[in-house]
Design a protein around this ligand. Structure first.
Ligand SMILES: Nc1nc2c(ncn2[C@@H]2O[C@H](COP(=O)(O)OP(=O)(O)O)[C@@H](O)[C@H]2O)c(=O)[nH]1
Ligand SMILES: [Mg+2]
Ligand SMILES: [Zn+2]
Length: 338
């Protein structure tokens, strides 16, 4: 690999890379595959980095290696796709970094759900990467033009393309959305056809795919690794596993970028703090939007405000804990602190 092929120019156009730099291409449980100028290496994370409570390097990260195979530093991410860590802990989990484009894949079977698209868009807006919506399994629908138009109305200015990975048509919309040496990621529910898209673009059976269970059109968990793949035409693609437990990690303001239509309308409401419920002179209600969309806007906003609040409480608790430990240490070794 050379730095250009690994996407350096899109990561840091004005900086010369340190020769000890590499890019994380694959994350395993106990090691990382890193692309370097001398080839692919199996790298581990330095103890120092582990202790920093830094979230671990993820696919797409640019890192610095010591002795050729120990990751000692993660370069500041230009973009990052995150979710809230599964479970109770209020922590951000970074799934992928430094992608230029996020392809949000939705299957045109039972997977199709504008509400879910809105959720993915909030994540995309938070990530900093440019979103593009791919409506896959277009072979299953006769009313394609209508579905595309309807989806465009939901995603406001984000490009929407219909394609069939199975029948291999419409795929050129993907490669045309990506510039030379850019990095893209595929996100979307399990079973939407992400791996099938990768295979169709590669023209080989690289990513394992599963048969969708007929009953609920959900595929079983198949992509287990987050891997950076070199694509024909010189760009990079990450196939991310289905985000089964898609818990948002984003600033509440990102909801406004996703629902710019509602935000624009609310500026014309008579009351500045209009909740668009019963107030007179409410422009949002007068516009007769899809009520589901308004509900979705409120729900996502509530969810993120709650997340923000929880995170603040959590952070305060952590700081307290850290200071308690320092104070204890001070009492034990008074001299060291003089
Ligand atoms: N009808 C149809 N089925 C598709 C298409 N793309 C993928 N599938 C099927 O959907 C299922 C899940 O695909 P997969 O690529 O594993 O989904 P992933 O979980 O998003 O990676 C497989 O049975 C595929 O054959 C398509 O364009 N049309
Ligand atoms: Mg897959
Ligand atoms: Zn209003």
């Amino acid at each position: 690999m050379n730095f250009e092929e690994a996407g350096w120019a899109h990561f840091a156009p004005h900086a010369t890379p340190d020769p000890a730099c590499g890019r994380v291409a694959l994350v395993h449980r106990d090691h990382h595959i890193v692309w370097t100028t001398t080839g692919e290496v199996m790298a581990t994370i330095s103890g120092h980095l582990r202790h920093l409570d830094h979230d671990p390097p993820c696919v797409g990260d640019w890192v610095i290696l010591r002795e050729g195979s120990i990751i000692t530093e993660v370069l500041p991410r230009r973009t990052q796709l995150s979710r809230k860590e599964a479970g109770k802990r209020m922590r951000e989990q970074v799934l992928a970094a430094n992608m230029d484009i996020l392809f949000i894949v939705s299957g045109l079977d039972r997977d199709y759900n504008p509400r879910r698209l809105e959720r993915y868009l909030v994540l995309a807006h938070q990530s900093g990467a440019r979103p593009v919506v791919l409506l896959n399994k277009a072979d299953l629908r006769g009313d394609l033009a209508d579905v595309v138009r309807l989806t465009e109305r939901h995603v406001l200015g984000v490009p929407v393309f219909a394609l069939s990975a199975l029948e291999q048509w419409g795929l050129e919309a993907i490669s045309r959305s990506v510039e030379l040496y850019q990095t893209a990621a595929l996100i979307g529910s399990s079973g939407a056809g992400k791996s099938t898209i990768v295979n169709a673009l590669l023209g080989e059976g690289r990513q394992r795919t599963t048969d969708v269970r007929e009953s609920d059109s959900k595929g079983r968990h198949t992509t287990t690794h987050r891997e950076l793949i070199r694509m024909p035409g010189n760009w990079l693609l990450m196939d991310l596993p289905g985000l089964r437990e898609l818990q948002l990690w984003a600033d509440p303001e990102r909801v406004d970028s996703t629902f710019a239509d509602i935000v624009d309308l609310s500026r014309q409401c008579r009351f500045r703090d209009c909740s668009h419920n019963q107030e007179p002179g409410c422009a949002v209600r007068e516009a007769a939007l899809d009520p589901e969309r308004l509900r979705s806007y409120r729900k996502l906003q509530k969810e993120l405000v709650f997340l923000e609040l929880q995170t603040d409480i959590h952070r305060a608790r952590q700081i307290r804990k850290k200071w308690n430990a320092v104070e204890k240490d001070m009492r034990r070794h008074p001299k060291r602190f003089c």
